[in-house]
Design a protein around this ligand. Sequence first.
Ligand SMILES: C[S@@+](CC[C@H](N)C(=O)[O-])C[C@H]1O[C@@H](n2cnc3c(N)ncnc32)[C@H](O)[C@@H]1O
Length: 317
Amino acid sequence: MQANFKMLIKGILTFIPGLYAVFAKPMSETGTHSARYCYSVWLRHLVTAHENGLQTDPRVVAELGPGSSIGTGLAALISGAESYCALDVVEYGGTERNLAIFDQLVDLFRSREPIPGEDEFPEVKPNLASYQFPDQVLTAERLNRALEINRIARLRKSVVSAGADDSCAHYKVPWHDVEVIESSSIDMIFSQAVLEHVDDLGHCYDGMYQWLKPGGLMSHTVDFRCHNTAQAQDWNGHWTYSALTWRLIRGRRSHPSINRLPVSQHLRFMQLAGFNVVVEQRFPLPTKIDEKQVAPRFRPISQTDLTTSGVLIQALK
Ligand SMILES: C[S@@+](CC[C@H](N)C(=O)[O-])C[C@H]1O[C@@H](n2cnc3c(N)ncnc32)[C@H](O)[C@@H]1O
């Protein structure tokens, strides 16, 4: 399997003093620079939870890896949550961007805009059976209460004073220590395209378990594809690379990078942490590689792992 030559060269160049800063730049922009993306992502987590009979009205919400803005969490606040805490390892965005996204999100909820779907965001998962505004979850009564003018003004102020004691929005960057969030204080934690980037997955799932209240929900979309480290048509080519090739591709960068762990490993860590997995919606893709081509580190590997390009997992503490 051919490594993506450009990625390999860039990785190698980071080992040369003076070139590290040029080639080790963190991710510049993620999907959350767009209000419509944030709206779409939050509603997909919410609708999927509803379809599976899980809670859809969390009071205290946390998010791992919000990226370019905290907009997805702001969508959670606007639709009814009382507080939101974002944890990331790289600082992105800023108040001005978050405010602009907040205002656009309020308009989207006020006009009960349909969920932006596969045409607009073909890469965003999970796909839904319907992209109509989810009146079944955000009923007129709930939304009227949530969009009440004084409430929205208070939330908007919280975006400006994010992190202050009286703010509803908190952004902790970088986070490492599980103590960053009080134990058993969160109703729902979610992430979108983040857990494939986390190096210490066991620590992360243990943290999430500790933060959630008993019965609390976690909802994660994970993308197992190669993130440009292989040729475009070889979505799982990264599992064939030896430790050395991978070390060269990664270079001295700590971000952006992927942990290369397949779905079974995520499920194992969740189980070890104590989670009860309720929803496992896999996004299958045909594989061009078989077990013999997979690097020793990943063997044995199941056919399920080899053909799972992504997953939406919802689990309860
Ligand atoms: C591909 S971006 C996705 C961002 C955003 N969720 C979105 O949908 O646009 C991955 C994000 O995960 C963050 N990340 C990586 N490792 C992390 C960790 N250990 N804890 C929290 N966030 C992490 C990155 O900094 C980045 O914000």
